[in-house]
Ligand binder design. Sequence first.
Ligand SMILES: Nc1ncnc2c1ncn2[C@@H]1O[C@H](COP(=O)(O)OP(=O)(O)O)[C@@H](O)[C@H]1O
Ligand SMILES: [Mg+2]
Length: 151
Amino acid sequence: MHLADDAATRALGARLAQVIVPGLAIYVYGDLGSGKTTLARGLLRGLGFTGRVKSPTYTLVELYTVSRLNLYHFDFYRFRDPREWRDAGFSEYFNDAAVCLVEWPEKAAGLLPVADLDLRLEFAGDGRDLSIHAGTESGEACLTRLVQMPP
Ligand SMILES: Nc1ncnc2c1ncn2[C@@H]1O[C@H](COP(=O)(O)OP(=O)(O)O)[C@@H](O)[C@H]1O
Ligand SMILES: [Mg+2]
């Protein structure tokens, strides 16, 4: 789909919030400035989070506890050392009770579990193109609910 502006990216994130369930691993691919954090903001707003959504560029992960679930927002842009994965216990974040939203998943390839949903943002004119791919049955179910949602 085409996302014409920042508001469209946030709105898509908010729609996604209506269809996600605990346990999902959602990976967001796209160059610097393509709108990954913007989408995370829309998602968190859609889940009812009203505080500030920081980009976890330096911390690698931020935790949000919202009404329905725990959401871990990762940004692996600065991730270098696989030992850090083990030392920080990141595997434990990917559990049935939490949603993990990951920016720059390619930087932790080989460590991350299989994605339920892959999102890819690309520059397209002044806006962005977004494609979504389901990698598991729960991802597929989520995607079906998304496309069936009224506009
Ligand atoms: N669909 C869109 N069209 C145009 N600009 C957008 C769109 N979505 C987000 N942006 C803008 O792109 C910039 C970078 O967004 P950001 O979410 O920080 O990117 P990333 O996390 O991928 O580096 C922000 O200024 C944001 O407002
Ligand atoms: Mg970002």
